[in-house]
Design a protein. Structure first.
Length: 336
């Protein structure tokens, strides 16, 4: 079991954070680390962290944009780091067989000390997995890459629904902005909520976000017209506000319930009941995002019946309440 990290005593040297960037790095992810950790101060205004950027070789590093980074430090910066953070790079998104780490990257990773805290942002988790640093850990990565990650590393416990995971020494963040959540979490763990909250205020972000990745995932709706259960699904999508029985859906295709259920699962990959629940949830999300309807009316139109039922389903599936979801994706303008 990992012991809780103890804040550094007053007057000790700043905690050294090394950001290891690779060609194709997402600049925002490296910038997040610098922006947040650099703002953390003690009661006397002293910096609590020293952040350095390093690359596999000092010099120009290509980004995924039209500018480059001029990185002064090489992998030797990892030798003295207290925390190493690995942002994503565009090479992580290339689906390929179970490649080992490139020799220079593998050599750099071996410089990380056994007690050094290690974190990844987005698909940086692929590097930690290939290096064997995620064995026995619960991890996350960007939801779009979850299937690829599972195929490459089936023995690693992947949770694509959360914003970040903390296994003590090893931490992972889901996608770009989840680097903010993870950085604030590490600052909070190291120095308490007051310091982390002050950093959040300075960055104009919430100290903690409700829910996880699930609320950001758009599920594709299968095209109803291209299958033997398509007419029933198309009709159901037009009548989600009604009480829909399996018998009624099967009758639309002139099938027995048993045959309809089997074909439905073969074509959609879900049971009719689960599919209906997902479509109703998607309809509720759409109404919360695009309309000003009260929550009880959203519940009625999406087929959940009551606000309490809608609230229960959203909390179970997305980890947020209807009102919290609406604030995130619709909200009201606070611009001057």
């Amino acid at each position: 079991m990992d012991l809780p990290r103890v804040p550094e005593p007053a007057g000790s040297p700043p905690h050294r954070v090394a950001v290891l960037v690779r060609h194709g790095v997402l600049p925002i992810e490296a910038g997040i680390v610098h922006r947040l950790f650099a703002q953390a101060r003690d009661a006397d205004g002293r910096r609590l962290y020293e952040v350095v950027t390093c690359a596999l070789r000092p010099g120009e590093v290509r980004t995924d944009t039209d500018f480059t980074l001029n990185v002064a430090h090489g992998p030797e910066a990892l030798d003295t780091a207290d925390t190493v953070i690995l942002p994503a790079a565009d090479e992580d998104y290339v689906e390929r067989p179970h490649d080992p780490l490139a020799p220079d990257l593998a050599a750099a990773v071996t410089r990380i000390g056994p007690d050094t805290r290690v974190a990844s942002i987005c698909t940086g988790a692929f590097v930690l997995a290939a290096a064997g640093l995620l064995a026995g850990c619960r991890v996350t990565t960007h939801w779009k890459s979850a299937g690829f990650f599972r195929a490459m590393y089936p023995g690693i416990d992947l949770d694509p629904d959360v914003l970040y995971t903390d296994n003590g020494r090893v931490l992972t963040a889901a996608g770009v902005a989840s680097g903010i959540d993870l950085s604030l979490h590490m600052i909070r763990t190291d120095h308490g909520a007051a310091v982390a909250n002050e950093v959040a205020r300075g960055t104009v972000v919430p100290p903690h976000r409700d829910g996880g990745q699930a609320q950001y995932v758009r599920r594709p709706v299968p095209a109803p017209e291209h299958s033997s259960t398509g007419r029933a699904r198309a009709w159901a999508l037009d009548h989600l506000h009604l009480r829909l029985r399996l018998e009624d859906l099967a009758a639309r295709e002139a099938m027995s319930v048993r045959t309809f259920t089997r074909r439905f699962r073969d074509e959609v990959g879900l049971s009719p009941g689960r599919w209906l629940a997902e479509q109703r949830l998607d309809r509720a999300r759409q109404l919360l995002e695009e309309s000003g309807l009260p929550v009880d009316r959203v519940a009625e139109r999406s087929g959940f019946g009551t606000a309490a039922s809608l609230r229960q389903h959203m909390q179970a599936e997305l980890g947020v309440s209807p009102s919290a979801y609406r604030r995130t994706f619709r909200g009201t303008s606070h611009a001057a």
